[in-house]
Design a protein around this ligand. Structure first.
Ligand code: 1OR
Length: 322
């Protein structure tokens, strides 16, 4: 569901958003359920309070249809407990109904042929901590799939207006902020705005304390980074030497961590947040990270450029020489 399709954010309502009072226990359970959810990642405190207020606890029994493909979208759901299955039915091709051949059913769908027959192909499972039902609310399309609780489940539902007013707006602001940053990164200058948008959606930022290491020489790594704010030093220890040699300096718009991913090799150097002098106005080091999967999918086309750039790291004393 992570896509760079344009999201239209409207100021559709000036009415107050719904407030359903909650116990401390309910608030704790919602917070635990949204903790690792990408859609809630960039809410500030006020936005989070608005979302928590508007959520409603919902219980389903096993077999209950929560969303039906083709319907209009009204709610978005977060799963606290239980298990749901997502099915998609393609409209049968013309003449299909008259054909005597039945399409083969994959072994893993044989367990519940009745759900398969009614709702189509099983495409996804929704476990605790996941969410579903966002697409219709984001894009104004009919529901793209049918979602069935296959066990009794506890869900938190969020109405369309609150979803659009708070979550979509925050997602939009986050995307715009990263798009702006990425448009200044030299490595990405050959990409289209849409390609940069996809990268924007996949980034996760972290701020580091002075001196703190982001990656350490010798460790295996599966993350790629852009420097968003502040500065970093690249250091390397050579066999036989004691002490570290400073071999590089990274500033806003630079990237690092690509070599481990390109070569499946351990980190060739340590990259850490610079020690800022007293009275320095430089912000703390902030990096935006891409995981290995996103790196391969989104930056794969830039592999040659990165390999070429790595050649200019230099030889002796280079962060990446062996
Ligand atoms: P919705 O509002 O359209 C159905 O209501 C929800 O099912 C949908 O939002 C998503 O949250 C969820 N394709 C479409 N919808 C999916 C998919 C999906 N998986 C979960 N949903 N997949 C594409 C299959 C070709 C599966 C992706 C792994």
């Amino acid at each position: 569901s992570v896509s760079a399709e344009p999201i239209s954010v409207d100021s559709e309502s000036h009415e107050p958003l719904p407030v359903f009072p909650k116990t401390d226990d309910q608030l704790r359970r919602i917070k635990a359920s949204i903790k690792d959810n990408f859609l809630f990642r960039d809410l500030d405190e006020e936005q989070e309070t608005g979302v928590l207020n508007a959520m409603q606890e919902t219980h389903t029994t096993g077999g209950q249809v929560v969303i039906r493909q083709g319907d209009l979208g009204d709610f978005f759901y977060v799963v606290e407990s239980g298990l749901l299955h997502v099915f998609i039915r393609k409209d049968p091709a013309p003449g299909w109904a008259n054909s005597s051949r039945t399409p083969p059913v994959p072994a893993w769908q044989e367990q519940d042929p009745s759900l398969h027959a009614e709702f189509g192909k099983l495409v996804q499972e929704c476990k605790p901590g996941s969410s579903f039902g966002e697409l219709a609310l984001m894009y104004g399309h009919p529901r793209a799939a049918t979602v069935v609780a296959i066990e009794s489940s506890t869900l938190w539902s969020l109405d369309r207006i609150t979803f659009r007013t708070i979550i979509l707006k925050a997602a939009h602001r986050r995307r715009t902020m990263y798009e702006h940053f990425l448009s200044t990164v030299p490595l990405l200058s050959s990409l289209s705005a849409t390609e940069r948008s996809k990268i924007a959606d996949a980034l996760v930022s972290t701020v580091y304390r002075d001196g703190e290491a982001v990656v350490r020489q010798g460790e295996m790594g599966d993350t790629f980074f852009f420097v968003e704010e502040g500065e970093a030093t690249v250091t390397k220890t050579h066999e036989g030497d004691d002490g570290e040699l400073v071999v590089g300096h990274l500033t806003r718009g630079d990237y690092f961590g690509e070599l481990s991913l390109l070569k499946s090799a351990p980190r060739a150097a340590t990259v850490s947040a610079i020690q800022r002098g007293a009275g320095s106005t430089l912000p703390k080091l902030k990096v935006a990270a891409l995981d290995a999967q996103a790196f391969t999918r989104l930056l794969g086309p830039l592999r040659e450029i990165m390999e070429r750039n790595a050649g200019t790291y230099g030889n002796y004393g280079s962060p990446y020489s062996h």
